[in-house]
Design a protein around this ligand. Structure first.
Ligand code: GAR
Length: 191
């Protein structure tokens, strides 16, 4: 069994979808959900799903080995970011080389980088008059949204779109593809 941990900062609809997708999987399971926010709704979702959670603060994340230790103790071999907004520190990148993936709600390399997350991304896409947006699933490195892209899917942006309607369309793409792409990537790493 390959254990994965999900890192999420907010609502956690992707975290839930991924957890449900793997709930009866023969080879992969979501063992842990980690968050940097005590008030993140993802923690309520995790509780309902019966998945253990751990919350950490900025100092712990960047200046201690607590998180790598928790991951090791839980035999985690893969990290999945799902709406997680902090840069991944060097100790985790080193412990999980090529084993950390993220999803971004736009077609990278456009509309990525520090501060570009969630609604801000959709706002920028609409403001620029783009006719198309989408999702990018990529490996994580030491810079925001710059790791190698694994998968992209596209959707139209309509002239009457609001941040909410575009976010809804993007979320549907995320739910459809992220679990499957995670499955493929994890399986390709395991013997
Ligand atoms: C998702 O749309 C994800 O792509 C985005 O945050 C949302 C989280 O939604 N991530 C980023 O913007 C990362 N830069 P969720 O909490 O409902 O899964």
């Amino acid at each position: 069994m390959t254990n994965i941990a999900i890192l999420a900062s907010g609502n956690g609809t992707n975290a839930q979808r991924i957890s449900e997708y793997f709930s009866n999987h023969p080879a992969i399971r979501v063992r842990l959900i980690l968050s940097n926010r005590t008030d993140a709704y993802v923690l309520t979702r995790a509780q309902k799903l019966g998945i253990p959670c751990h919350v950490f603060d900025r100092f712990t994340f960047y200046n201690t080995s607590e998180i790598p230790e928790i991951l090791t103790n839980n035999e985690i071999s893969f990290l999945v970011l799902a709406g997680f907004l902090w840069l991944i520190p060097g100790n985790l990148l080193k412990a999980y080389p090529g084993r950390i993936v993220n999803i971004h709600p736009a077609l990278l390399p456009e509309y990525g980088g520090k501060g570009m997350y969630g609604e801000r991304v959709h706002e920028a896409v609409i403001k620029a008059g783009e006719r198309e947006s989408g999702i990018s699933i990529h490996y994580v490195n030491e810079r925001y949204d710059e790791g190698d892209i694994i998968f992209q899917a596209r959707c139209p942006v309509f002239s009457g779109d609001t941040v909410e309607t575009l976010a809804g369309r993007i979320h549907e793409l995320e739910y459809e593809y992220y679990p499957e792409v995670i499955e493929k990537v994890v399986m390709s790493h395991e013997p």
